[in-house]
Design a protein around this ligand. Structure first.
Ligand code: HQG
Length: 182
């Protein structure tokens, strides 16, 4: 099993469907490393601890994290199941970016950015990352989010362990299209 497939499988069970592997996550999203590896081996995915450590360390978006003594693992963001990541509210940089695709724009400009099936709306610190996120959905469109005004208006922001910015929703008032097909 290559690292990318292992990462995709971890995203599935640590963010969305732990029951697919027969594991449970605690309130903060952590699960036992030993149990995860045992259940994966039982289901024909022979991943050992060094391999898991390599996948976590080399993951392109640092999607996963171990606890201090490496007995537990969780996804750093992206959950659709309710977990309390224990993130502290943090003042965002003055602007952040959200990459989406053309087919979502009309709805976004009307309703704002909604978390949908995930816990939070995901925002990027740079345009390049936002474009990559948008490309996953189709022809990318980059929205600039006026996070300074949002923060002043009382919206709460968090930064996940991997640097992704999270907030509950973004009203249309704070959005501006800055790039389409550029
Ligand atoms: C759009 C990946 C219509 C939103 C990425 C997006 C990210 C609306 C899609 C992370 C809308 C949701 C998250 C509205 C938002 N009307 N469409 N009102 N509000 N949308 O995948 O932000 O590789 O749940 O623009 O890199 O694309 O999985 O969110 O197009 O960091 O680690 O609805 O997932 O990371 O799509 O991606 P998603 P996202 P990973």
């Amino acid at each position: 099993m290559d690292n990318k497939r292992i990462s995709k499988f971890l995203s599935l069970v640590l963010r969305h469907k732990p029951e697919a592997l027969g594991i449970t996550l605690d309130r903060a999203g952590w699960t036992s490393v030993d149990e995860l590896l045992m259940k994966m081996q039982q289901q024909g995915m022979p991943v050992d601890l060094p391999k898991l450590q390599e996948v976590v360390a080399t993951n392109d978006k640092q999607r996963f994290a171990f606890n201090a003594d490496s007995t537990l693992i969780r996804a750093s963001q992206g959950h659709s199941i309710a977990v309390e990541l224990g993130l502290q509210p943090l003042a965002p940089p003055p602007v952040l970016y959200h990459g989406t695709a053309t087919q979502h724009i009309a709805s976004i400009l009307k309703e704002g950015l909604q978390a949908g099936s995930r816990q939070y709306v995901h925002l990027s610190a740079d345009i390049t990352t936002a474009r990559t996120v948008g490309q996953r959905h189709g022809q990318p469109v980059i929205l600039q989010v006026n996070t300074a005004s949002m923060h002043t208006s009382g919206h709460t922001f968090y930064q996940a362990a991997n640097g992704v910015w999270l907030t509950a929703s973004v009203p249309p008032l704070f959005l501006e299209i800055i790039s389409q097909n550029r």
